[in-house]
Design a protein around this ligand. Sequence first.
Ligand SMILES: [Zn+2]
Ligand SMILES: [Zn+2]
Length: 266
Amino acid sequence: MALPADYHMHTPLCHHAKGEPWELASHAVSQGLCEIGFSEHNPMIRDDWDDWHMVHEDLGLYVANVEKARQEFPELQIRLALETDFIPGHESWVRQLRQEADFDYFIGSVHYISDTFDIDNPNKKDQWENGDVDAIWEAYFERLAQAASSGLYDIIGHADLCKKFNYRPSKDPSAWYQHFLKAARDHDVAIEINTAGLRKDCQEMYPCPALLEMAHRMGVALTFGSDAHAPNEVGADFQAAVALAKQAGYTHWRRHERGSHQAVAL
Ligand SMILES: [Zn+2]
Ligand SMILES: [Zn+2]
């Protein structure tokens, strides 16, 4: 079977990734992928929000660069998307962004659990060290459920990102998973298997098998993403990701095109 699409990839416009879209596309072809999607970190409500999102002024360049990759690699289906931070109060901004180009899908991600704590930022580890890990996990999944319910997104990114640095809760997280997954199912939002977790301290894909199995039981759809921040990461560990999906019971992934979607056999 053909590999599923890699729907989570970044470009240099976020200031912490390398490889232009056509370079990532070239690597995708070499990996045997038939479909990819660019999901750059969205322009934030203010360009000085932080230093790891694209600035609003670059959105047109981003779209043009993805278009250039499409022209160079006509054999590859290339989707245009954004990975968009969910922050309460920013909803109308995200809705506005969606109108600014012909996007195929939006990934909704929670990195920030408050305006100043992006939980996956290595420079914010002191907030983990000095904080209550259970409370951080709970706040993370609460915000993730809000993201899934917001109507802004097609896919939720790296659903248990809070494990990245291996700060683990003392409680069983199942109730938090269930709360989030119910919101995803009720709003027809997919989750992704994101292989980047294998390259982090947690050394495990996002999400963990328990969350993925629960997602399958509850009827939540699935996409795949490498979260590539460099060309050689495109399609990384996709065979293992497909095996993980099948172990969890999945038989299909979900293709996204211009805001609509269809199931494709794994
Ligand atoms: Zn990034
Ligand atoms: Zn992310």
